[in-house]
Ligand binder design. Structure first.
Ligand code: ADP
Ligand code: MG
Ligand code: MG
Length: 249
């Protein structure tokens, strides 16, 4: 279980998360929606362990262990995966090399044997086919010159290879055309499993037509202000945030 309890976070002395509570159960897809600036990305960065975010109170527990005390690498090894809103470019490193290094680093941290190169390549190629990632892209440097859709598909491929306990997707839908959205969503849906949870952060309801959430949370000003089932997202699509957020446009 992934539990966020009374989380307070500041950046540059500015309060961004203000007592956020959230539980994602294994097997569950939880969506977080909310106006721009409500702190959605901040939440995912803090869970993943990005620097520059000061946790002033609260905790984040993965199966009862406080992940805030772990280095980002340890969090990843324990099964947290963050798909970044703006995937980083890594010039000079072939994507295949990057993927192999990240998978083997995780296997090592879990005390598992490294995969051999042929085994790994077979594994990647199967995944790439499912996500309609052109195998030639695996020879190119990670994300350099990739289109928005290609970056997102590569991210989901990375997630599929790392087989996380919890996947955090922050605005994975932004900038995707309808075909890329379908491919990315199918990739996520294929990873849904009884022992795996997802936190899907999105500004728009559209993604949730493809990745059906079990729970929808609305976030505003650094807190969850309302939770419901998938129908809450549809209602938001129709009426906007005005019923829940006093100063929403
Ligand atoms: P969302 O993802 O919901 O749009 P963010 O988590 O990106 O929200 O941002 C929440 C608030 O925190 C915004 O008001 C934003 O301006 C502020 N913020 C985020 N990152 C920083 C930063 N590095 N320095 C100062 N303010 C920040
Ligand atoms: Mg934003
Ligand atoms: Mg954001």
């Amino acid at each position: 279980m992934l539990e966020v309890r009374n989380l307070h976070v500041e950046v540059d002395g500015q309060k961004i998360l203000r007592g956020l509570d959230l539980t994602v159960r294994p097997g569950e897809v939880a969506a977080i929606m909310g106006p721009n600036g409500s702190g959605k990305s901040t939440l995912s960065y803090v869970i993943a362990g990005r620097e520059d975010y000061e946790v002033t109170a609260g905790e984040v527990l993965l199966d009862g262990e406080n992940v805030l005390e772990m280095d980002p690498e340890v969090r990843a090894a324990k099964g947290l995966f963050l798909a970044f809103q703006y995937p980083v470019e890594i010039p000079g490193v072939a994507t295949m090399t990057f993927l192999k290094a990240s998978v083997n680093a995780q296997r090592k941290a879990r005390g598992e044997a490294e995969l051999s190169t042929p085994d790994f390549m077979r594994h990647v190629k199967q995944g790439a086919e499912k996500l309609e990632v052109n195998p030639d892209m695996l020879k190119r440097p990670l994300n350099v010159g990739f289109s928005g859709g290609e970056k997102k598909r590569m991210e989901i491929l990375q997630m599929a290879l790392l087989e996380p306990r919890y996947g955090l997707l922050d605005e994975t839908d932004s900038g995707l055309d309808i075909d890329a959205l379908r491919i990315v969503s199918n990739g996520v849906n294929a990873l849904r499993a009884a022992n795996r949870g997802f936190l899907v952060i999105t500004h728009y309801q559209r993604l949730l037509d493809y990745i059906k959430p079990d729970v929808v949370h609305i976030m505003s000003k650094g807190r969850i202000i309302k939770s419901g089932d998938a129908s809450l997202a549809l209602e938001l699509e129709k009426n906007g945030y005005r019923d829940y957020v006093a100063d929403a446009a």
